[in-house]
Design a binder for this molecule. Structure first.
Ligand code: AMP
Length: 503
């Protein structure tokens, strides 16, 4: 029985010591090197912190940063990745909640890390790794471990701007990586190309498939997401056959025209999660790489990345919405109406999740935890936790789950029309000449505001939308931008858009 992700690291390092576990354009770490660094860094920490304390990691996105995560875990602690580009103000907000016991940094960020560390100890990770492994201390920590111990805490932005720390246990990740192996067949023969920042839970697919199954993950340099020719070269040079990207990254590649010129035909698995994937751009990918398997995954950070998936198995028109499919194994999804009753076919409700995948709540935040993690309203016999995602969904005629949008994106327009902004967005993204975009609602003016990029002229866009949408769903205002602001997770940054275009 696997109860600790380090059991996988030990096994993979034993079986495949010299295989590259993680690499980027500059460095690589084999499984045995990764394990050695984790044990050295862990031994250093054992003398300075107690098990089950938070260790913040303030490092660039490198293989070494992953070694620092596993060093924290080797000391029985949980890691908290921080984005090095995050403003000091925001880190301060996070630290006020987290109270880290220690901060690992790299040379480049040492000064900034020391400035924010406060009472916590702070050390450059490579310096900590000068410590010889302390077998007795590491073994004692392992013996005391249970699988509900926290593995990591990821701070989400939260729509209010106040970061919430989502806690995830070893158990949640063991379940997730086992599912990836068992259902999607991510195994030792896969070579993964990582896009997701480590502060974003999508990265756990790459990190923990690698640990669990002994595959290799190559961190794709950020510049490749703007220069797609470079991306194609990187994918080819490293024989990458599996990617798990946020849809915006796939959309940008499709819009760049690279798929026709230089299709990444080496890709066997094209997985995506995090936002709606429009079928227009998905169809471009499907035409360019017809042999690949495409999988739309859905899930918030609070349920260990993914709780529903749909392997694309049929043709879709450019303006059809793509299902998010069915619950992953060992996961239960309920769609509940406003009275907390399961919805009937075709009815809309809130998507709620139960199972091992659930977070243990928001770190040091009982108020928000109680709001989101509630008793299953269909069970009054015993304590059964359920996570309310805040997302709206319905079943289609095939019994597949269709994502409709955030509950807060459901608007009341002209006093009577209940509209999912997501439905307008699906129509928008299918329009020729629209590269990407979204819709916002200006409550004060009762206006639907359509923000988009691409070459489409406003009146052509309005004409195209009028062919697909009823009048009451038509945007009242259009904002054309050269670039959309993106969050650190590379999703469209709606908070910034609201501030700049609605006020
Ligand atoms: P995060 O916690 O940052 O991963 O964001 C989770 C949210 O992203 C979900 O609650 C959804 O609103 C959205 N999301 C995730 N996956 C999908 C998907 N496949 N399709 C549409 N929206 C998604």
């Amino acid at each position: 029985m696997i109860t600790n992700v380090l059991d996988w690291l030990d096994a993979s390092a034993g079986r495949l010591p010299d295989k590259i576990a993680f690499g980027d354009e500059h460095t690589t770490l084999t499984f045995s090197q990764l394990r050695e660094l984790a044990r050295r860094g862990g031994s250093y920490l054992c003398r300075r912190v107690q098990p089950r304390q938070p260790v913040a990691v303030f490092m660039e996105k490198t293989p070494e940063c992953l070694a620092a995560f596993f060093a924290a875990v080797s000391a029985g602690c949980f890691y908290v990745p921080l984005d090095t580009k995050m403003p000091a103000e925001r880190i301060k907000l996070i630290f006020d909640t987290l109270h880290p016991a220690f901060v690992f940094c790299d040379e480049k960020n040492a000064e900034a890390a020391r400035a924010v560390a406060g009472q916590a100890g702070c050390e450059v990770f490579s310096a900590a790794c000068m410590t010889e492994p302390d077998e007795a201390a590491l073994a004692a920590v392992r013996a005391d471990h249970v699988d509900t111990d926290l593995l990591y805490v990821l701070f989400t932005s939260g729509s209010t701007g106040v970061p919430k720390g989502v806690t995830i246990s070893h158990r949640g990740i063991v379940d997730w990586a086992d599912w990836l192996h068992g259902t999607l067949g991510v195994d030792e023969n896969c070579t993964l190309g990582n896009q997701a920042p480590f502060v974003f839970d999508n990265s756990t697919l790459d990190i923990y498939s690698t640990l669990r199954s002994g595959c290799t993950t190559w961190i794709i340099p950020k510049k490749c997401f703007s220069f797609h020719k470079t991306m194609m070269r990187f994918l080819r040079e490293h024989a990458i056959d599996t990617i798990f990207f946020v849809p915006s990254a796939l959309i940008a590649a499709a819009n760049s025209g690279i798929l026709e010129k230089d299709p990444p035909t080496g890709l066997k698995n094209i997985f995506f999660c995090g936002e709606v994937m429009p079928n227009r751009q998905l169809n471009m990918w499907r035409r360019a790489v017809p042999g690949a398997r495409y999988c739309n995954m859905y899930g918030p950070t609070e349920i260990t990345d993914v709780c529903a998936y749909y392997i694309v198995d049929r043709q879709f028109g450019d303006d059809d919405p793509l299902p998010i499919g069915r619950a992953c194994a060992n996961t239960r999804i309920l769609i509940l109406d406003e009275e907390d009753k399961p919805v009937g076919p075709g009815q809309t409700g809130e998507l709620c999740v139960m199972g091992t995948c659930l977070s243990l709540g928001y770190y040091n935040n009982p108020v928000q935890t109680e709001k989101a993690f509630v008793q299953n309203p269909l069970n009054s016999a015993f304590h059964e936790r359920m996570y309310r995602t805040g997302d709206l969904a319905r079943y289609n005629e095939r019994g597949e789950i269709m994502f409709l949008g955030r509950r807060d994106f459901q608007i009341k327009h002209q006093g009577c029309y209940r509209i999912e902004l997501g439905e307008i967005e699906t129509a928008l993204l299918a329009v020729e000449g629209v590269a990407n975009g979204c819709c916002l609602f200006d409550e004060a003016k009762d206006e639907i505001v359509c923000v988009y990029t691409g070459g489409a002229e406003e009146h052509d866009l309005a004409k195209a939308l009028a062919e697909k949408l009823p009048g009451y769903m038509m945007p009242n205002r259009y904002v054309h931008l050269d670039r959309l602001p993106m969050t650190i997770n590379d999703k469209i940054d709606r908070v910034t858009l609201r501030r700049e275009h609605i006020g």
